[in-house]
Design a protein around this ligand. Structure first.
Ligand SMILES: [Fe+2]
Length: 247
């Protein structure tokens, strides 16, 4: 019933999408700590900080909105959220970070996608300036920063530090839903000790949804001609009408 409620809510806010390689293509994913995956940078992890990231940052068709629904949270474990619109960066750093310098690789939850693409994933910009302001595409755990020059790494580090500075902690109660604007806000999770008795975590997350109603259309960070999906996606019943990538 919880999943149906989340999916209905997502349908009100946009067009839900699912991923063929994620949890059998289900629109609503169960996010629970998993034995043996404690230190992974995925929803199955627990004992390490889940680094702030854009959901599905590697994919040009990622969702505009992400919904996190809480089922259990006995230990008040917090989700973190940080908006690019609150950070302070110099014009020089923004100029560096809006250039496509590095690829973002599929995370460990996309085992199939990691071997799907024919060639190397293309470099993409971390920041993109649209009419409303900056948007971001940020996933440091899956960005090969060691391949960038020192100037880029320094600018990327300052962006990460600023996101940490403006980060807020959101501790959800059962039944509450957090809606994240995936173009503006990176989300993460503080470390916790899993109980593995069915009472820890248990957040059921998200049909990713693209806004079809209230939120204003927004451009994503630029995709390049070679920025093709490395993973197959279950097509939505009704194609979104407001998803526009820059030319
Ligand atoms: Fe996430």
């Amino acid at each position: 019933m919880h999943d149906i409620g989340l999916l209905l809510l997502a349908t009100v806010m946009g067009t839900p999408l699912a991923w063929e390689g994620q949890q059998d293509g289900r629109f609503v994913h169960n996010i629970v700590p998993s034995t043996g995956h404690e230190t992974e940078q995925t929803g199955a992890g627990s004992t390490v900080l889940l680094s702030p990231h854009t959901e599905d940052a590697f994919h040009p068709g990622r969702a505009h909105l992400l919904m996190l629904g809480c089922m259990r949270n006995h230990d008040n474990i917090a989700t973190t959220a940080a908006s690019i619109r609150k950070v302070r960066l110099t014009d020089e750093d923004i100029a560096v970070l809006t250039r496509p310098a590095l690829p973002i690789l599929p995370d460990d939850a996309y085992a199939d996608a990691q071997g799907y693409a024919d060639g190397a994933p293309p470099p993409v910009p971390a920041l993109y300036a649209c009419d409303e302001g900056l948007t971001l595409r940020f996933d440091p755990a899956y960005t090969p920063l060691e391949n960038a020059d020192e100037g880029y790494r320094a600018a990327y580090g300052r962006l990460a530090a600023e996101l940490a500075r403006v980060s807020v902690a959101v501790s959800l109660a059962p039944g509450e839903v957090l809606v994240v604007d995936n173009d503006l806000v990176v989300h993460g999770r503080v470390p916790f000790v899993p109980r593995y008795d069915g009472t820890t975590g248990g957040s059921s997350a998200p049909p990713s949804a693209s806004p079809g109603g209230a939120p204003a259309p927004r451009r994503k960070p630029a995709s390049t001609a070679t920025d093709r999906p490395p993973s197959k996606r279950t097509p939505p019943e009704h194609p979104p009408t407001d998803r526009r990538d820059p030319p």
